[in-house]
Design a protein around this ligand. Structure first.
Ligand SMILES: [Zn+2]
Length: 263
């Protein structure tokens, strides 16, 4: 599998991806908002875009579908529940489905509600695993739940699916909010050395140069994976009257998600 991460330099700081089979040169365009840029990049690499996949229904992920379809003839794959909400959608995905790219790449579909009710992540289950996580997991943060999502569903997705993946899994999110998210982690847990070191390293980097994190790193730098850290809980207590003596991880997650809304 070859991954081309494309920074499209818009206000929402989207990443688009091309996921290619090195054997055949076939490529999947993932959330190709900047459809022309995706097509140019594929041509530059000698790849043919043979499928389009959307992680979820938001227009900043789907608005490139129809033009890219008309230029490539590629089908559009998305969560089965998003039918009618996604332009050009032709193939419905369910948890456990396999999506093939060329002859050598197989991606497993995870049904990951929370940011929206109909969100999928793609998992490349190999010795060097990778997760394409749309707006579910960001570097050092999580997606919001403002537009059709639900924080409790997001917590369930985190605790029962993402937290269980191998720590070496590389993380490919749908947006770059790394600096802001690290600042939020440090606001919640000022003694977090790993987050402070990474922030120092990335603060002035161009988004095209930002490092790819792993789930193991996320568990160090992402406050939403650090729900039982005493410092996180103690600082939350100051802003959360009535927080239980020994709060559940879910209660901590939901309160952090609430605080992040106003950050
Ligand atoms: Zn979204």
């Amino acid at each position: 599998m070859i991954v081309e991460r494309i920074w499209i330099n818009n206000r929402l700081r989207n990443y688009n991806y091309l996921i290619a089979c090195p054997q055949t040169g076939e490529a999947m365009a993932l959330d190709p908002l900047a459809h022309q840029l995706c097509l140019q990049r594929a041509q530059l690499r000698g790849w043919e875009i043979t499928s389009i996949l959307n992680t979820h229904e938001h227009p900043d992920h789907t608005a490139g579908n129809v033009p890219l379809m008309s230029m490539t003839g590629a089908p559009v794959l998305a969560h089965h529940g998003a039918q009618g909400k996604i332009p050009g959608m032709s193939h419905a995905l369910r948890a456990g489905d396999s999506v093939r790219v060329g002859t050598s790449v197989v991606l497993k579909v995870l049904d990951t509600p929370g940011h929206t009710r109909t969100h999928v992540c793609l998992l490349w289950e190999t010795e060097t695993p990778a997760l394409f996580c749309g707006d579910t997991l960001f570097n050092a943060g999580v997606g919001n739940c403002h537009n059709g999502g639900h924080p409790e569903a997001l917590y369930q997705t985190f605790s029962t699916q993402l937290a269980c993946l191998d720590e070496s899994t590389q993380v490919y999110p749908g947006h770059d909010y790394m600096v802001n998210n690290l600042e939020f982690t440090l606001d919640r847990e000022p003694s977090n050395q790993a987050a402070a070191a990474l922030l120092e390293r990335v603060r002035d980097l161009d988004p095209t140069e930002l490092p790819i994190t792993t789930l193991g790193m996320e568990k160090q730098i992402n406050t939403f994976f650090r729900l039982s850290q005493p410092e996180v809980i103690e600082r939350l207590r100051d802003q959360t009257p009535g927080l239980a003596e020994d709060p559940s991880e879910e209660a901590v997650f939901l309160r952090l998600r609430q605080l992040r809304n106003d950050w």
